[in-house]
Design a protein around this ligand. Sequence first.
Ligand code: NAG
Ligand code: NAG
Ligand code: NAG
Length: 767
Amino acid sequence: MSMANLFLLIKFLFFFASHPIPFLVVAHGSPWSFVNEGGGIDPTKTPVFIVHVEKTRNARFTRFGELKNWYMSFLPNATLDSGEPRMVYSYRTVIRGFAARLTDEEAEDMEEIPGFITAYREQEHTASTTYTPTFLGLKGTASKTLWFDSSMGAGQIIGVVDTGIDPYHASFNDAGMPPPPVKWSGKCFWTNTRTCNNKILGAVAFRHRTYANPEDNDGHGTHVASTAAGNFVSNANVLQQAAGTASGMAPLAHLAIYKVLFVGPDGRSVGTDADILAGIEQAIRDQVDILQMSLGSARRAMAQSAVAIGSFAAITKGIVPCAAFGNDGPTASVLANDAPWILTVGASTVDRKIVASVTLGSGTVLAGESAYQPASFPSKQLPLSFPYKFLKTFESKGCILTELQKLNLQGKIAMCYRSSIADYDRGRNVLNVGGSGMILLNPFWQGNTTNAYEHALPASHLNGTGSKLLIDYYMNSANPTASISFSGTQFGINPAPAVAVFSSRGPSFTNGGIIKPDVIAPGVNILAAWPRPVGPIGGAHFNFLSGTSMATPHVSGIVALLRNKHPNWPPAVIKSALMTTAYTLDSVGNPITDDFLGVAASVFAMGSGHVDPEAANDPGLVYELYPYDYVHYLCGYYRDDAAVSSIVQGPVQCARVRAIAPEQLNYPSFGVTLGGTTVVTLTRRVTNVGEAGDAYNVYVDEPDGVRVDVIPSRLQFSQVGEVLSYDVKFSLTGAIPTPVVGEVKEGRLSWISGKHLVGSPIAVTIV
Ligand SMILES: *[C@@H]1O[C@H](CO)[C@@H](O)[C@H](O)[C@H]1NC(C)=O
Ligand SMILES: *[C@@H]1O[C@H](CO)[C@@H](O)[C@H](O)[C@H]1NC(C)=O
Ligand SMILES: *[C@@H]1O[C@H](CO)[C@@H](O)[C@H](O)[C@H]1NC(C)=O
């Protein structure tokens, strides 16, 4: 079993500022102390089950109290020895059911009670700028731009389900903010004296009903919220780098905070299904417009994932659920939040780097990054030391303190591989034994993604290619030396965007083959609000973080802009607009690469492509989907009444529903399996949201060895809102070489008018 697989079930959907590896979940290892809030599931307590029920024929509830009493009737009469109450949450919006403390036997006994559908033990989920608005083309306030047209998201409410928020941060000032919308009736529940304002409308916490302070003791939620909807803050920077005016994607949107992740004894922020469902339920009842969820747990079945189930309830109310895809890349098929009704976001790099170059004694210059760039550090050649060469231990490779203490690093630059400890701690270890600098190396599987972090000493993080060149030089020199020189914040660095190496990869094995992620968005070295100053010298309360957690709020903010401009677009239409207008070429016109091997990124890494907010504002055609479409899909995928009923708040009898194969869902992408002489025909419906009289011709970039016929090949619309359908027939051409079983062949199908390009990725898996 590989290391990657060992940690499948628990993971951050973000890299902490100095967090090296996505799947080694360790203490933050940061220089700040954390309040232990008791996150996660306490194994000494009676487990909490999520119980889904359905109304029996005669049951009628006119008041919530009656519903609660009915839920109570499912519970055993015996009280718990611990004295804890049985009922944890009675839900009324997010699911039909409740969360309760039960033993396994008690949960099993419940199956006999009429109205019971299913029950499962709750599990843990983990928390998985100055520049990105410009990189995404959201420039200024000139008329005809999306920022202008959408009033920067004013009036939209983004519900952030995360680790809470730092309410005092400058990013959450409410200058220029409109008052709360009339519909808002949520709560502001600080246990200190702070009240909410027009930026942060409300803030509540859910911890099995025992904890209510929505304060952010981690930093993740503050960072995420400010990326989505932080207000303008001038002179934001991290250790003077990337300085400029910071703002979120939708600077005038409101925030509603639902704290469901808590810092546990080991420093990780974790949350449970019961709390996440409770947070989402409150957000739905508060009538937020967007659900921002940078949290999850890989390989969870849709029917047992609080994020998937909560998101389904959200779309039935017109709320757009945005969730992170996970940080388990480049390993294939370890991913989170793959339900088709979720807008699933992967992470990409931007063309900004905080450059710290390494010049070898041989004269070779290697490009690297670091946020800490002390002007006083002389850029002169110093002896290099690679602790692993002398000690040959796994720990020495990562520069663990007890290993470094065996060596003399005085005045030297240490070469350290990223490993399970935080990079900040790694640098501090080198500093503690008298080292002058650190070069941080990427192991092979971390590819070419580098991070600009606030190291404890002068440092440079080299990409995979640079790391290999350095090792080669070191091993072949009698007296290896290097210097580190800083050249600050640089723009226009290619390739960009590229898929970040840590961003999770499909294909999904838990959604019937729907391509995920849907889109990628900036998620590497994202500068956003932070509750504390960072790094060795202190400074502004901003921090660089990387992860799909950072990519997701970019998209949530963009959704706020689009919703303001197109208030009638339901969630699937907004999602379609973002997917079909996403771009697949990088800034110099090459196919977007994957930072892992430097080759063109697969659709399982970037989905439909990189979000393009301005283009999404005018998509031309959209693929519509409504909650009942997913019922057909769920019956086709699960063929299980209980699973489907628990997601859609049943009762559903699949035998009476027209079940469809997953690939027949009217999704804006095509994931099909094909073998031998089979022909797969899919029907799609597109709605004209452009102008009356628009006509589109199809253009297909056929996958190798696959024939794709589209009928008709031209769509002529006479009206806005008109729906036309087309068939796509996939078959193998039989050309030599024949595709091998298991291979995936990729292509693209586009509808093109004079003004619009409506693109969809194709992935054909050979069976
Ligand atoms: C609990 O007690 C009530 C009344 O004594 C009884 O009707 C009910 O069946 C009991 N419930 C269970 C689950 O044993
Ligand atoms: C990686 O670093 C090398 C050496 O500095 C540089 O030439 C190359 O452009 C970098 N590659 C990527 C993908 O950033
Ligand atoms: C880094 O990118 C280069 C191309 O720029 C590629 O050849 C190489 O395989 C990549 N390295 C790693 C470790 O992924």
